[in-house]
Design a protein around this ligand. Structure first.
Ligand code: NAD
Length: 495
């Protein structure tokens, strides 16, 4: 008998009021790990009220003291790094090397937020007119809602809530209902680090909880990451109620390979990008475009590599690719492959029938490779979010860029080349927000902004980096005149 996770409200763990709960299971084995409640609008309201009560005191807590709580959290996360990675592999399915990396990326966001006394600095100009000086202060705004997806359940909440609380706001977090357990442990560590009651609150659930966050009059802003359809809906709904909103959506990322690329290094980068995390990354490569004779060379290598990948339980050291998150998602990915075949793409490697001996209840999709994919086909157009690649050929790099620019998404892309000029032209023309040069996963570090363009992002300020600080603060600009000073035009020096 597994337990149902609790909401965290005002520093206490309490059961959600809703009756409904979903199962959280290990995607490799099917073993139930816990149950997650579907919280109601009343549960969200309770968390918002706790956050609202905590705000005035937290806001007045000196910035270095707020940072000290995060320094302690950083130390606790580092101490529990392996425990968190193992737990994450059990509930998400990705292999241990990947979950270790995810925890590390999460820690880096906490580290960045520890610099808040410097990051929050305003600007000053003296003598903007006779005897008048001007300065801006960055101030927190109140209660923020944070809604996150299943694919990085440790890191993505840490893209937001540490910055929100470091700047003096309070937060209501709604983690993914598919894998909320590891972040629940991180909330315990935040409590141990000394985060005061009500500063961070957690409400578990799905659509009702998210819509209540969008509508709640006491929430001033919403940060969201998930699929583009939901990102658009959350952006529209939360901004309609007057909130500031940033919503990061889905992706379809192109990897462009030029004939002068180092093909062995390019293969490693492309295979890691496409099949890493079983393709469940917003930065995952989806379509490889080989320009000219690069096509045949990368095609052959990628097909060999894909066919040799060992799938299985991510806790087994020999496993190179884990399961997808759920049976429903496995069926969705298989349906995309069926549709690709029906649309006329050439299926050169078929992962639909993948199984793992002894793990018959796992959600397996093997590496899959299509060729001759067009933008009209759903496999060429839609985000599949599984280990499915398309390999295309283009005559020129301009044709490759043209293929890429026809996508409705603009999250990430990469070029593989030894030519600085080609890389520079690609960066200039790509029209995509996160660009890799000889890297398959162009993931900005915590001190740069993370987010896409077109339907991959709705809003203006992106996650983390300086944008994150701007999103969670308002600039209060002060103009001051103190008459009688030496810069005052009416001032008459006495000597
Ligand atoms: P999702 O959109 O299904 O869910 C995201 C969050 O929204 C969850 O907390 C979920 O409970 C909630 N939600 C789901 N349906 C909703 C609805 N109808 N109304 C209101 N809330 C709803 O996404 P997912 O499957 O958890 O995550 C995968 C998606 O996230 C992919 O599309 C991926 O590209 C995207 N993603 C984007 C980035 C990025 O940086 N752009 C990063 C990670 C993941």
């Amino acid at each position: 008998m597994t337990t149902t996770v609790r909401n965290y409200v005002g520093g206490g763990w309490r059961a959600a009021s809703g009756e409904e709960a979903l199962s959280v299971a290990n995607p490799a084995t099917g073993e139930e790990l816990g149950r997650v409640p579907l919280s109601t609008a009343a549960d969200v309201d309770a968390a918002v009220q706790a956050a609202k009560v905590a705000f005035p005191t937290w806001r007045r807590t000196p910035a270095p003291d707020r940072a000290r709580v995060l320094f302690r959290l950083r130390a606790l996360l580092a101490e529990h790094h392996e425990e968190l990675a193992v737990q994450l592999t059990r509930e998400h399915g990705k292999i241990l090397a990947e979950t270790r990396g995810e925890v590390q990326r999460g820690i880096e966001n906490v580290e960045h937020a520890c610099g808040i006394p410097t990051l929050m600095m305003g600007e000053t100009v003296e003598q903007i007119a006779g005897g008048i000086d001007s300065a801006s202060w960055r101030q927190p705004l109140g209660v923020f809602g944070v809604v996150t997806p299943y694919n990085f359940p440790v890191m993505i909440p840490l893209w937001f809530w540490p910055y929100a609380v470091a700047t003096g706001n309070t937060v209501v977090l709604k983690p993914s209902e598919q894998d909320p357990l590891t972040h629940q442990r991180i909330v315990e560590l935040a409590e141990e680090a000394g985060l005061p009651p009500g500063v961070l609150n957690v409400v578990h659930g799905g659509r009702e909880a998210v819509e209540s966050i969008c509508d709640h009059p006491d929430i001033v802003g919403v940060s969201f990451v998930g699929s583009s359809e939901v990102a658009r809906a959350v952006y529209t709904r939360a901004s309609a109620s007057g909130k500031r909103v940033q919503t990061l959506g889905g992706a379809k990322n192109f990897l462009v390979v030029l004939p002068d690329a180092d093909m062995d290094a390019t293969l490693e980068a492309c295979a890691g990008s496409i099949f890493g995390s079983t393709g469940q990354r917003c930065l995952a490569g989806s379509i490889v475009v080989g320009v000219g004779d690069a096509h045949g060379r990368i095609r052959e290598r990628l097909l060999d590599r894909a066919a040799s990948l060992r799938i299985g339980d991510g806790l087994e050291p020999a496993t190179q690719m884990g399961p997808v998150i759920s049976a429903a998602h496995r069926d969705r990915v298989r349906a995309f492959i069926d549709q690709g075949v029906a649309d006329g793409a050439k299926l050169s490697l078929d992962g639909r029938g993948a199984t793992v001996e002894g793990l018959e209840d796992g959600h397996w999709v093997g590496p899959t490779v299509f060729e001759d994919v067009t933008p009209e086909m759903s496999v060429g157009r839609e985000e599949i979010f599984g280990p499915v690649a398309g390999i295309n050929r283009a005559d020129t790099v301009e044709d490759a860029i043209d293929m890429m620019r026809r996508s409705r998404y603009g999250n990430a892309c990469s070029i593989f080349t030894t030519s600085g000029r080609a890389a520079r032209d690609f960066r200039y023309e790509a029209g995509v927000s996160m660009i890799g040069v000889n890297l398959g996963v162009a993931a900005p570090m915590a001190f740069f902004p993370f987010g896409g363009s077109r339907e991959s992002f709705f809003g203006d300020l992106k996650a983390a980096g300086r944008d994150g600080i701007r999103f969670f603060t308002d600039q209060r600009v002060v103009l001051s005149r103190w008459s009688g000073g030496s810069a005052d035009p009416h001032h008459r020096p006495t000597s």
